[in-house]
Design a protein around this ligand. Structure first.
Ligand code: HEM
Length: 154
């Protein structure tokens, strides 16, 4: 009994280490279940619309004094690509998300609630500038909001 317990403890992932391989390819990694059809994807303007929103979001983050430092030195080409995949997947566009899971992607950043609020504000602005209706904006935000639990660690 004690041996079984010790063995099962030893086999668990050590604290601070991710149980998911950093670049594991699984669309379950996207952090949210997708909408069941492509209506929202089309409301967002499909691939060109989502590409514009993600590019603008990254640009706003880079120029936002509240969070710009967090984006310095990061691979923003990759970030844009996987964010587009993630949004496409969640919005029902049928893409496969090839990025890391949300915990692994953010675990060393020490992100705070205020950082998350700044990013959401920038995303709202990017969606508004792209002409996404307010109700549709909120549908995407409702999928992202629960991710705060794993993204924000301080
Ligand atoms: C719900 C909220 C968020 C979502 C959905 C999200 C989504 C993502 C995704 C898909 C990636 C790419 C993962 C990969 O490279 O495999 C990523 C990475 C990153 N995120 Fe977030 N993120 C969120 C919150 C934040 C916040 C609040 C910040 C900072 C203000 C942030 C900063 C970054 C940075 C700097 C990277 C690049 C990390 C790297 O390449 O090592 N994210 N995020």
């Amino acid at each position: 009994m004690i041996l079984t317990l010790a063995l099962s403890l030893a086999l668990q992932t050590p604290p601070g280490e991710e149980s998911v391989a950093p670049y594991a390819r699984s669309d379950a990694n996207a952090g949210a279940t997708p909408f069941p059809d492509d209506r929202l994807w089309r409301t967002f303007g499909a691939a060109p619309g989502v590409a514009r929103i993600v590019d603008r979001l990254v640009e706003l983050n880079q120029n936002d004094p509240r969070i710009a430092d967090i984006f310095k030195g990061q691979d923003l080409v990759r970030l844009r690509r996987v964010l587009k995949e993630q949004f496409c997947y969640i919005l029902g566009g049928g893409c496969t998300y090839s990025g890391r899971d949300m915990k692994a992607a953010h675990h060393n950043m020490g992100l705070q609630t205020a950082d998350m609020a700044a990013l959401v504000e920038n995303l709202q602005r990017a969606m508004r500038e792209s002409g996404v209706p307010f109700a549709a904006q909120n549908q995407l935000l409702a999928k992202l909001a629960p991710m705060k639990r794993v993204v924000v660690t301080r």
